[in-house]
Design a protein around this ligand. Structure first.
Ligand code: SF4
Length: 256
């Protein structure tokens, strides 16, 4: 597959991309959760499934009265598996959630606030060392549950960055993360965190509504930013399908 020519300055290009998305979709106010713990549990449950399935699993946990640190400590793993079954991969995910609770108890006195007080690079290393703790999950927890200045680089961002000539098709997670982070460099930490939260949410919205495996560039809020690459655009963006301009509000999930 052809790799589109890179912009001279990918960070400003990504910033323009963010601004276009924000103007089109508005603030997303992510993560859709009431507590830090719900963000953590949701981040593990959303791996390889839709947010609708995650909501069903979360509702089961809530109805059983175990969507709390104490509840997740005391519930037998077999029962936890049954409750989160709607989100799929119940054995792996229940093990990840249990391992996270054990880690929190052992390393941070069972307190998410104490974990949030740990420097971001240390907390990230600790999260990555947990079972089921991939980079995207770890960064989602850092950003949305712990309010650290992390950047989430998901499959949608990979597609958009490639299709807009900002990164090669096989860009590594760290490369995409650095690219997106550079778009907001220079902001004060609180603003950076807010922008990073909105950016990931908006990328998911446009990814779900337009930048799927087969992109629907027609009506996409980023279509005008694709224009200058039109002649050399990769084959998979050459025949956009028309879709509605405004999509439904998206929720965290992997790219479809
Ligand atoms: S659907 Fe097309 S215009 Fe929209 S983000 Fe993807 S490549 Fe860009």
């Amino acid at each position: 597959m052809l790799v589109p020519p890179p912009y001279r300055a990918p960070a400003p290009a990504l910033r323009r991309l963010y601004e276009a998305l924000y103007n089109a979709y508005g603030p997303q106010s992510w993560w859709p959760a009431d507590t830090r713990l719900e963000v953590v549990v949701g981040a593990y449950l959303t791996q390889n499934t839709s947010w609708l399935a995650v909501e069903r699993a979360l509702e089961n946990l809530r109805a059983r009265g175990v969507l709390s640190l104490d509840g997740l400590r005391r519930i037998p793993e077999g029962e936890l598996q049954l409750l989160i079954r709607p989100s799929g991969y119940m054995i792996r995910k229940s093990s990840s959630i249990k391992a996270f609770i054990s880690f929190l108890d052992l390393m941070h006195e069972g307190s998410l606030e104490r974990l949030a007080a740990v420097p971001a690079p240390v907390a990230r290393r600790q999260l990555l060392a947990r079972p089921g703790g991939g980079e995207e999950t770890a960064d989602a927890i850092l950003l949305y549950a712990l309010d650290h200045p992390a950047m989430v680089a998901d499959e949608y961002l990979r597609r958009i960055a490639f299709r807009h000539g900002l990164a090669p098709e096989g860009a590594k997670y760290a490369q995409l993360q650095a690219l997106a982070g550079a778009a907001f460099a220079g902001e004060d930490p609180d603003t950076y965190i807010s922008l990073a939260k909105e950016f990931h949410a908006l990328v998911v919205v446009v990814g779900k509504n337009h930048c799927r495996k087969q992109p629907a560039c027609g009506g996409c809020p980023l279509e005008h930013l694709l224009e200058h690459n039109r002649k050399k655009r990769p084959a998979d963006t050459a025949a956009p399908r028309r879709t509605s301009r405004r999509g439904k509000r998206a929720t965290p999930s992997h790219a479809l």
